[in-house]
Design a protein around this ligand. Structure first.
Ligand SMILES: Nc1ncnc2c1ncn2[C@@H]1O[C@H](COP(=O)(O)OP(=O)(O)O)[C@@H](O)[C@H]1O
Ligand SMILES: O=P(O)(O)OC[C@H]1O[C@](O)(COP(=O)(O)O)[C@@H](O)[C@@H]1O
Ligand SMILES: [Mg+2]
Length: 537
């Protein structure tokens, strides 16, 4: 791939709006310089991306981190009036089109003197579009692990394109990224996708690995595709960003739109990811079963392993929702087994108090303990994600051994692993509605000529977010935030921080302003992780 760096012109494509978009390449202070990002996967095949944020500054520390537009590299593209204005269903809406100046604030908790901070372009339909209906040739691909709601997003992209914009050429790419060059395509129509939201999985199939930028863009070019909808997690969005770069380098009129998918809720900036709600709900069934089993036996212990590679949101929310969980272990909060304040001591105490207990463990929790006691395998999946050791089996074994050693206490332990059950199901009602909004926002964005963006809600308002903002960090549970404190107080489990660490944490009191700036060890520092779902009282 040619590593020539394209210098965006930051053209304002709304002629009536010349004041708001800066024409200079402003580098905001939060970016030390152009961030050069080289991922382990991309390294073998792609040069690093030289990311130049597209920034426009406003008053009082306001800045817009904008998404690219086709006119950034193809000047003088013709525009057309949005066909939605003749759509009877939408004609009743008072102000249907989004104002081109509308932006969404990343931070909504502010002080009277704090800068207004980063904003993103508001998602939604625009008065003028950059594609004629019969010109559009769209494709949809799903990549990475499964997640409830994938089919709903596919359905709503197809229906949105057909019904809102009169598009009738939509292709499904089968089997993830490699499907672009190694598989046939399937035509998608509203009839084909009519019932798919009731099914789990993805009708298109998915895969890990197989991202070959040149071959993918060749396929896009050869097939005459001009809108690419890419549904997937952090890895997928990294892949989408290099596809966008290559499309721009070739000067193609092709809009690339990402829809973030992750059951782990590890994508930053957005409020939460689709399917998360469904997964937390489904996890309740496993926790209930673990509780019933544990309650029915003397010194019964139920252990449930839930997904969450590096982010323990599912475990945290499933625990908070259930009230039957006595201990929740997540990757972000290291724990230890032996000695005062350790897990064994807590289990013994809880069994003596209540006669039973339930432990929820996220799959990425305690990996450092496993690495100490087992030979580290250091294996990766096809996408380069580290394969984790099975914490569920390991911890069950350890607890059994501990309590049987020296006939300390007779326990009955039941281990439940519903890992794939919580992600292979159809999305629930609320996720279905959410998926519809995501899909429609993506369609509106691509039709309006935006490209190189991910769509998602930021503080409840859908926005177009540059790929870089969602791939440079991971969303994690912040254990110094209130949500984790709520969990600790509801389970009454130890924090597993030794007194020295507690003292240090107290000494290093985090100033409120840095919390607001999201510097608290997480991209969403100072938030409750999922603000839409859990407004802080
Ligand atoms: N850094 C990267 N650059 C290009 N493609 C990537 C990168 N990381 C992952 N991918 C591709 O994205 C797809 C999905 O990635 P994966 O990590 O498996 O799932 P997810 O997108 O759900 O995180 C795979 O086809 C993988 O090859
Ligand atoms: O067995 P698989 O399909 O590789 O999936 C396991 C992984 O997929 C996940 O559910 C989600 O991962 P992605 O979002 O990266 O696809 C993780 O929680 C889990 O570790
Ligand atoms: Mg991932």
């Amino acid at each position: 791939m040619d590593s020539a760096i394209y210098t965006p012109k930051f053209r304002c494509f709304d002629p009536s709006n010349t004041n708001t978009i800066s024409t200079s390449k402003t580098h905001f202070s939060s970016y030390t310089s152009n961030s050069v990002v080289r991922s382990p996967i991309a390294s073998s095949m792609d040069p690093p991306i030289d990311y130049k944020p597209k920034i426009s500054n406003g008053d009082a520390g306001y800045f817009l981190e904008d998404v690219p537009h086709l006119t950034d590299y193809i000047p003088d593209l013709p525009t057309y009036s949005n066909p939605l204005q003749d759509n009877p269903a939408y004609s009743v809406v008072k102000q249907y089109f989004v104002n081109t100046d509308d932006t969404v604030a990343q931070k909504i908790v502010v002080h009277s003197n704090s800068p207004r901070g980063r904003h993103f372009r508001r998602a939604g339909p625009r008065q003028r579009v950059y594609f004629e209906s019969d010109e559009v040739h769209a494709c949809i691909v799903t990549c990475g692990g499964l997640c409830p709601g994938l089919n709903t997003v596919i359905r709503e992209i197809v229906c949105g394109l057909y019904h809102m914009y009169g598009v009738n050429k939509v292709l499904g790419i089968e089997g993830g990224y490699r499907g672009f060059y190694a598989r046939n395509t399937v035509p998608l129509t509203p009839k084909v996708v009519n019932d798919i939201h009731k099914r789990g999985g993805t009708i298109l199939g998915t895969s890990r690995g197989g991202h070959d930028t040149s071959k993918i863009v060749d396929s896009i070019q050869d097939r005459g595709i001009n809108q690419v909808y890419i549904i997937g997690g952090d890895g997928t969005q990294k892949g989408a960003s290099v596809i966008y770069e290559e499309i721009k380098r070739r000067g193609l009129k092709v809009a690339v739109a990402g829809v973030p998918k992750t059951i782990d809720n590890d994508i930053p900036v957005i409020d939460r990811s689709f399917g998360f709600d469904t997964a937390v709900e489904e996890a309740q069934r496993a926790i209930n079963a673990a509780h019933v089993e544990a309650e029915s036996f003397e010194n019964g212990i139920g252990i449930v392993k839930l997904m969450g590679r590096y982010s323990g949101f599912i475990a945290m929310y499933a625990t908070l929702a259930s009230r039957d969980v006595d201990c929740c272990l997540i990757p972000e909060s290291p724990f230890y087994l032996e000695g005062p304040g350790g897990l064994y001591e807590f289990i013994e105490r809880r069994l003596k108090e209540s006669g039973h207990m339930v432990i929820v463990v996220a799959e990425g929790a305690g990996q450092e303990l496993l690495a100490e006691s087992m030979r580290s395998m250091d294996q990766q999946d096809a996408s380069g994600n580290k394969l984790l050791q099975d914490i569920g089996h390991w911890i069950s074994q350890k607890i059994r051994e501990h309590f049987t050693r020296g006939k300390k206490m007779a326990i009955t332990l039941k281990y439940i692993d519903p890992t794939y059950m919580i992600r292979a199901i159809p999305s629930n009602a609320s996720d279905n509605v959410y998926c519809t909004l995501l899909a429609q926002s993506a369609v509106h964005g691509a039709m309006a000529g935006y490209t190189g963006f991910t769509v998602g809600p930021v503080n409840g308002r859908h926005a177009y977010i540059p790929f870089q903002c969602v791939i440079e960090t991971q969303n994690k549970v912040v254990i110094t935030d209130r949500m984790w404190a709520r969990l600790l107080s509801s389970t009454n489990q130890p924090s597993f921080l030794c007194s020295k660490e507690v003292q240090e944490a107290k000494r290093e009191e985090v100033p409120a302003t840095s919390l607001l700036d999201g510097q608290n060890g997480s991209s969403q520092g100072g938030k409750d992780g999922i603000s839409v779902r859990s407004p802080d009282p």
